[in-house]
Design a protein around this ligand. Sequence first.
Ligand SMILES: NC(=O)c1ccc[n+]([C@@H]2O[C@H](COP(=O)([O-])OP(=O)(O)OC[C@H]3O[C@@H](n4cnc5c(N)ncnc54)[C@H](OP(=O)(O)O)[C@@H]3O)[C@@H](O)[C@H]2O)c1
Length: 313
Amino acid sequence: MKAIILKEAGGTENFVITEMPVPVPQKGEVLVKVAAISVNPVDIKTRKGLALYDKLKSDPPIILGWDIAGEVVGVGEDVTSLEEGDEVFGMVNFPGHGKAYAEYVVAQANHLAEIPELISTQEAVAGTLAALTAWQVLVDEAKVQTGEKVLIHAAAGGVGHFAVQIAKYLGAYVIGTASDANYDFVKELGADEFIDYTQGSFEDAVKDVDVVFDIVGGTNPLRSLNVLKEGGRLVAIAGGITDEVKQIANSKKINAWPYLVHSNGDDMEQIAELLEAGTIKSCIFKEYAFEDMAEAHKQSETGKTRGKIVVVL
Ligand SMILES: NC(=O)c1ccc[n+]([C@@H]2O[C@H](COP(=O)([O-])OP(=O)(O)OC[C@H]3O[C@@H](n4cnc5c(N)ncnc54)[C@H](OP(=O)(O)O)[C@@H]3O)[C@@H](O)[C@H]2O)c1
């Protein structure tokens, strides 16, 4: 099979398409013939030697990627939930070595869900790491309740566009930040209010927020403490929560914590149901061929992607 190996940390010139043996599924695992992959900022960070690079380096060769959709073509011992021929999608083995940039991927069966009938492979693969993150943060971590005011930073991106839709599904009043070019997009996702972060401070545009979902990082978590009400929650997924943020949050009686998504087949089932019902939709910004993975990475690095980047095999 073909796989994209990362020779060493650095630029996309370190990608090498290599022939490798097809992996064999072990107990609890299935072999998936990959039809599509989605690319996330963590792929780029890891490629550059950050994020999960050290972990992957200890298990060479390094094959980036975690998001796959495709057909089950092999089933390991003790797998009862899936069988050959099933069309599946999921974020596999995160935060471990997912090895998704390949024609065949071995995955734990309980990291996958079946693709709903009317959902394309591309739409499915777009709804993996990004959708899972939005689901786990809003449902499991922040525990968003009906009627709560939720501010989502980077509402037009991979995670953000699912977060707006999931927060609306949970019955929240949703405010999304993005640049003006994404006004229509974010409103069509269901946001009740839009803040153009390039035209002044979001702190001047919103107050008394119950939950801030920060997908931007930098000074955003600190600044977000100014718009949260007492008892509010701040979940930050890009860059964590500094001691300063923790201290100020404590003094304001705000709960602030970082979060890292993890593979979970039950959560994938929830995403599958929402996609099937049309409650959430994947927006695909651009599709690339497997051979053009470097171009997909360069697009992600612009920081201006609307929705998701998908690679088809
Ligand atoms: N901890 C975790 O579990 C976890 C999981 C997933 C992602 N992440 C992290 O979360 C971050 C975002 O991931 P992603 O997949 O959503 O990325 P992405 O799709 O590349 O995000 C691009 C979007 O960010 C928006 N944006 C950029 N700067 C902004 C700002 N200052 N305010 C508001 N919007 C801004 C852009 O909107 P405009 O074009 O309108 O500027 C664009 O639509 C990355 O750092 C990623 O590594 C963490």
